[in-house]
Design a protein around this ligand. Structure first.
Ligand SMILES: [Zn+2]
Length: 392
């Protein structure tokens, strides 16, 4: 049987199979069919020469916002343009609007989009009217019901703890845990300024996710060292996620954690309407480049944007690797050398000499050149400027 698409001569990096070598990838239908040094391309209608470029599994972005019915959401076409073939929406909707999100976005998005359902009934709203200032909005029973009604698509419960929870402490986190226990799914907890990080970490269970681990806004988890509650949580099976966003990535916090060999499990964007434009221009390849800049190896960076997030989602049989039989999701990219300046969300600049530049994304066997999909952006209002002013 001839292949439908062959990528030839690229440097294939797949930590799952211990691969880092020049080889071809043959794709048949929506599956990876074969890997090898020189595949027979006879009869294949689409043979693409990718020598000089790197090839890995399609990227899995564990944290973004893809519902344009609130002020944060952004068009998921952006994913395919930058190598992301599976994107996870981190609580943009709650039980009341998740079914509409599922029908209007998840059904037809060019990338696969899975979602955490927010414990607050309408999910995120606006930076000036956060979703958990009123605890009556936290609805564990209905949240568990809507997750049970959307298996394989609603994959967990989201809660944000920090200024958006007013003076309620971890009361909303307790509600999120109740919903997650009821629906047998993990929770993803956002931490930001004011969150009692040690107390939160003690409540998390194996499989739960702590996102914004290096936010750097009075990051209590990482002081001079990494606090014991974080080490114990990791030992228990809690996952740590970057969630860069527009206010949640600090060179200083990440560097201090790295010095103590405390690395993130997943590297994600927290991409939304405020993180996409200048000055941050967040994309997953850009966040990966920042990890290279901190000394992480390319292989490790790939692992934390492919197989590990796939495992966190319990989807590693299907995605996150280039094993034959997996879905044909592939990212082709260049690692450019030069003198690059990278900015964290505190607007501190760090120099790096390598940058990951997307070239081609294959999703379920269909190839798209990087940047080729048109992307919609909602217009910005005067009030949005307040959010941009808060960056840094
Ligand atoms: Zn987020």
């Amino acid at each position: 049987m001839p292949f439908d698409l062959v990528l030839t001569g690229g440097r294939v990096i797949d930590p799952t199979q211990g691969l880092n070598a020049e080889m071809d990838i043959g794709i048949a239908g929506d599956r990876i069919a074969q890997l090898g040094p020189r595949l027979d391309t006879a009869g294949c209608p689409d043979v693409r020469e990718v020598s000089g470029l790197c090839v890995c599994a399609g990227l899995v972005d564990l944290h973004g916002h893809w519902y344009e019915g609130n002020l944060y959401g952004i068009d998921p076409a952006l994913c395919i343009n930058t190598g992301v073939t599976t994107a996870v929406d981190a609580g943009s909707t709650g039980y009341a609007n998740f079914p509409e999100f599922s029908r209007t976005v998840l059904d037809s998005a060019p990338a696969e989009v899975l979602a955490f359902v927010h414990i607050s009934f309408m999910g995120l709203h606006a930076p000036y009217a956060e979703e958990l200032l009123d605890l009556r909005y936290a609805r564990p029973v209905e949240t568990a019901q809507v997750i049970a009604a959307h298996p394989g698509r609603a994959v967990g419960v989201k809660v944000r703890v920090g200024s958006m929870t007013g003076n309620h402490g971890i009361a909303a986190l307790e509600q999120a845990l109740a919903a997650a226990r009821d629906a047998s799914v993990p929770i993803m907890v956002h931490i930001s300024r004011g969150a009692p990080e040690a107390e939160i970490l003690c409540r998390l269970r194996s499989g739960d996710i702590l996102t914004h681990c290096f936010h750097g806004r009075d990051n209590r988890m990482i002081t001079e060292a990494v606090i014991p509650e974080a080490l114990e949580a990791r030992e228990r099976g809690v996952w740590f996620d970057v969630g860069h966003g527009c206010g949640s990535f600090s060179w200083d916090a990440a560097r201090r954690a790295f010095e103590h060999h405390f690395y993130p499990d997943a590297i994600s964007t927290d991409l939304h309407r405020y993180a996409a434009p200048e000055p941050l221009c967040v994309t997953l390849p850009a966040v990966m480049s920042k990890m290279l800049c901190l000394g992480m190896s390319l292989e490790d960076t790939i692992l934390k944007t492919t197989l590990t997030p796939a495992r966190i989602l319990k989807r590693d049989e299907e995605i996150g690797s280039l094993r034959p039989g997996s879905r044909a999701d592939v990212f082709v990219f260049d690692v450019e050398s030069g003198d690059f300046a990278f900015t964290d969300t505190h607007l501190k600049v760090r120099k790096g000499d390598r940058k990951i530049v997307p070239r081609l994304t294959v999703r379920g066997g269909a190839a798209h050149l990087a940047g080729s999909l048109p992307v919609r952006f909602r217009p910005l209002y005067d009030s949005d400027a307040e959010v941009f002013r808060a960056i840094g």
